[in-house]
Design a protein around this ligand. Structure first.
Ligand code: NOJ
Length: 547
């Protein structure tokens, strides 16, 4: 097999995730669209972005906001047309920006023609595209939960069989045991690659190896399938990039996925995201973050993948609450703590992902009632738990406000004008009222803003070899408030020190006789303390080089 792919071309680049529905609306229907994205390409170029990951824009009934696809070859009219997509790919390329599309092929929509056919009966040629099973003891074949519902099986009365869905009942899982699925998926991928996109973010991709009857979400078969997918698609293009969403991956799994250059470039590990939930329970079971645990997860992934695989670095996406509300302070220290979180992450090894609005420190929205929810996961959770004695309304709403996905899905706040400059019409979801203060225009007018801090971080990654290649050493692992680490490469050492607490903290670091160069500071610090004792202000962060 000839591999045309270059495995290094993207490593200094930063990815920006666009969740199109809430990014920018060009046609005044209250929903973001492709022309809206095209209009913001200069903005992204100015930020220094070189890759965009576009959440799904394919035709979809939108039960799960596009993660339920009814036609993989066409753009949903809500977002525009295939011609708009072609235009976006070309316009982005002209600014040295590559487009990565979302590939959602663990499941389709129940409105996909394959499923419509499959449902017609047991003899239908598409029946085997999905996972069917006879009832067991008069009920579902297993007791497995789906991510969105109490059961992963739904009954189909036409054929008296159950079909399997890891997410909602309107997202039936494809049957990856059937080799035709692989063929169909490669066709889809090559269709878009030929149009000039750079690759894919692969939705819940480990699940294609699932064994439903054993209630196993994954198995080594995922690797076999990904090798075949790679060989028939991504391997044949020079500048491709792929990232798999693998919620259950350990470091060892991530090495298998990303280390041999025959499956994926990198995966999203979620271990750090689970540090504020009760062990072994759902994300809704809130737990206070213990900083040493959080740090140890990063240490494990940074060291585990060093020279063996490739990390992805992220603190937010369309499924997660806003990082500044989650781990920082979205009140008095919003600006400082948003910069602190970015600084802590962006000097690690891997590919950083910025989720829309993160670059201006957008915050969670406080949802007052269920009428404001748009997300199927939030709505289902609410309905399932609202009458549960162990929960009750207050606790349910507390979890929703802390973790609900709609927190990340309120419209991007571009200006303090009508509808935050997102649209000329009422947006499809609530706007965060803080857009009057928190908006892109404000940040662009202020050289000390979060936005310029991100711009600086993105630029440094392109310039400093130590960020790309250095090893990683966590310092003072048990410190409850300070996250400090050092990256070393050749003669250079890059230190990052962040105060995760709302109080002044002291931190001592010996660096006698070395030449120091301060790279970043969120408190306009100009030099390092000569005696090595740092007095760190609330949420203070900095990075410096020693050589
Ligand atoms: C992960 C996606 O990020 C999420 O938004 C979606 O609901 C599920 N996969 C199902 O596709």
């Amino acid at each position: 097999m000839t591999i045309h792919k270059n495995f290094e071309w993207f490593k200094h680049k930063t990815v920006y995730q666009i969740w199109p529905r809430s990014f920018c609306d060009s046609n005044g229907d209250g929903i973001g669209d492709l022309q809206g994205i095209i209009s913001k390409l200069p903005y992204l170029e100015q930020l220094g972005i070189e890759v965009i990951w576009l959440s799904p824009v394919y035709k979809s009934p939108m039960d799960d906001m596009g993660y339920d696809i009814a036609d993989y070859f066409n753009i949903d009219p809500l977002f525009g047309s295939n011609a708009d997509m072609d235009e976006l790919i070309i316009a982005a390329k002209a600014r040295n920006i590559s487009i990565v599309m979302d590939l959602v092929v663990n499941h389709t929509s129940d409105k996909h023609p394959w499923f419509i056919e499959a449902k017609k009966g047991r003899d239908n040629p598409y029946r085997d595209y999905y996972i069917w099973h006879d009832p067991v003891n008069g009920g579902a074949p297993t007791t497995q939960r789906s991510f969105f519902l109490p059961s992963a099986w739904s009954f189909d009365s036409t054929s008296d069989q159950y079909y399997y869905h890891a997410f909602s009942n309107r997202q039936p899982d494809l049957n990856w045991v059937n080799p035709q699925i692989l063929e169909e998926v490669c066709k889809i991928m090559n269709f878009w690659l030929a149009k000039g996109i750079a690759g894919f973010r692969m939705d819940v991709i480990e699940l294609i190896g699932k064994i439903p009857l054993e209630s196993k979400f994954t198995s080594p078969r995922a690797h076999e399938l990904l090798k075949l997918i790679f060989k028939h698609t991504l391997a044949n293009y020079e500048q491709t990039i792929s990232v798999g969403e693998t919620g259950g991956a350990t470091v060892e799994d991530a090495i298998l996925y990303s280390g041999n250059h025959d499956e994926l470039d990198m995966v999203f590990g979620f271990e750090h995201m689970a540090q504020d939930e009760e062990l072994g329970k759902s994300k809704w079971h809130l737990k206070l973050l213990n900083l040493p645990d959080f740090k140890r997860v990063f240490k494990k992934w940074q060291n585990g993948l060093y020279q063996k695989g490739w990390n992805s670095l992220f603190l937010g996406n369309h499924d997660q609450p806003r990082p500044v509300s989650r781990w920082g302070c979205d009140g008095k220290y919003r600006i400082q703590s948003a910069k602190m979180l970015a600084n802590t992450l962006h000097f690690m090894q891997g590919t950083p992902y910025i989720y829309q609005g993160e670059e201006i420190g957008m915050t969670n929205y406080q949802f007052g009632s269920v009428d404001e929810f748009r997300d199927i996961e939030m709505i289902n959770f609410y309905q399932e738990y609202i009458n549960d004695a162990a929960w009750g309304k207050d606790r349910v709403m507390q979890s929703i406000n802390a973790k609900g996905r709609d927190n990340a899905r309120t419209p991007v706040q571009w200006t303090d004008g009508n509808y935050a400059g997102f649209s000329t019409a009422k947006p499809w979801i609530v706007l965060n009222p803080n857009y009057k203060q928190i908006n892109v225009a404000n940040d662009l007018n202020n050289p000390d803003s979060i936005w310029y801090f991100y711009q600086h971080l993105i630029k440094l990654r392109k310039e400093l070899a130590v960020i790309l290649h250095g090893d990683f050493k966590l310092l003072d692992e048990d410190n409850l408030h300070i996250f400090a680490y050092v990256r070393s490469y050749q003669e250079q050492q890059l230190y990052v020190i962040s105060n995760f607490s709302i109080q002044t903290e002291y931190y001592t670091l010996g660096f006698k006789g070395k030449r120091a160069c301060l790279l970043t500071s969120n408190y306009q610090r100009e030099s390092l303390p000569i005696n090595g004792v740092f007095e760190l202000q609330p949420f203070e962060t900095m990075a410096f080089l020693l050589d």
